[in-house]
Design a protein around this ligand. Structure first.
Ligand code: HEM
Length: 299
């Protein structure tokens, strides 16, 4: 029960914090200069406003859940973990406690900006607050325990988390933008902007993923010889499938969106993005499981 609670909280928290960061940054690179935000852009920003609200509220609730289940795994009992003394002791006596408070305050700050969207300063504040909260998650994972290299490992892991948010967190606002904009040219501009950022995110994910693996595995053989490695292999297979879909979108479907059957290709792109999102959620489930396992190369 404790393990299931911790796993569910981790999964929801990763999904929510990645989404909050991804949706906050999306308008800043995909919609061009603020001065050029006309009726369509304003309509899109009204249509995606629920994502940062649901994302932030889910991040706060799952964050509290993650904290309580971690406390329970420390005290060995959920009811013990819920008593004020234990919670206070963990808040005061561990690194985890204060880091958690700072992260949840940053999420609250991002949430409080939403009533002022589409003002650019409000969106920038949400992007900065959510990016810091996401990057600081590296301070709660295995990276923190890496002997002698904790700093570099945590830096790589923070970049890994931000790159994950850039890609996965942008898919939902992108799908809504394709349904909001009627002009094929405007859709194509948004797709081009996203694919530029997408390529940076994929490159960063691969490089920092290798770094993470370097610190947490003893050799590539761990990928088939250890239970941690097997879960990581499942994650890499999901990543490869997502990469294949992203390449199909980029090189086959997207170039056809501004052409004759724009509505048909937009629909096909919408379906492909939905599959990419489902694979992304499965991948984050694998990540939630990894975080609760002992890596072969830890310490
Ligand atoms: C869509 C692609 C990917 C996403 C969304 C993703 C997401 C994540 C997230 C959220 C974490 C948790 C970080 C933490 O707990 O501090 C993580 C950890 C990790 N990722 Fe990725 N990742 C992706 C691709 C990759 C790739 C390509 C590799 C390897 C080449 C990789 C290797 C790792 C490793 C080894 C960890 C550490 C897990 C642990 O803390 O035990 N990831 N990833």
């Amino acid at each position: 029960m404790l393990e299931a609670g911790l796993l569910l909280s981790r999964f929801l928290h990763f999904t929510a914090t990645l989404s909050l960061f991804g949706v906050s940054l999306f308008p800043l690179y995909a919609l061009g200069r603020a001065g050029a935000w006309g009726g369509n852009e304003q309509r899109l920003l009204r249509r995606i406003k629920w994502i940062p609200i649901v994302g932030a509220l889910t991040a706060i609730a799952s964050g509290v859940g993650w904290f309580v289940f971690t406390a329970a795994s420390m005290t060995g009992d959920l009811s013990l973990a819920l008593n004020r003394e234990s919670l206070y002791a963990i808040l005061q006596g561990t690194d985890f406690g204060p880091l958690w408070i700072v992260r949840l305050l940053l999420v609250c700050a991002a949430l409080l900006t939403v009533p002022w969207w589409p003002r650019r300063t409000a969106i920038w504040t949400a992007a900065i607050g959510s990016s810091l909260s996401l990057a600081l998650l590296a301070g709660t994972g295995h990276a923190r325990a890496t002997q002698g290299w904790a700093g570099s490992h945590m830096a790589a892991d923070s970049l890994h988390l931000l790159a994950a948010g850039l890609w996965l967190g942008a898919l939902l606002p992108l799908a809504i933008a394709l349904r909001t904009f009627s002009s094929p040219k405007r859709k194509s501009d948004v797709l081009k902007a996203f694919s530029r950022i997408g390529q940076i995110a994929v490159g960063l994910l691969f490089a920092t993923g290798i770094a993470n693996s370097f610190f947490l595995l003893t050799s590539p053989l761990d990928l088939i010889a250890t239970s941690y490695g097997k879960v990581l292999s499942v994650k890499l297979m999901l990543f490869a499938l997502m990469l294949g879909l992203a390449a199909l979108n980029r090189f086959w479907i997207t170039p056809r969106v501004p052409e004759r059957d724009s509505a048909l290709w937009t629909r096909r792109l919408g379906i492909s993005i939905a599959i990419e999102q489902a694979l992304g959620l499965l991948l984050l489930l694998a990540v939630a499981v990894l975080g609760a396992m002992e890596p072969p190369g830890a310490g």
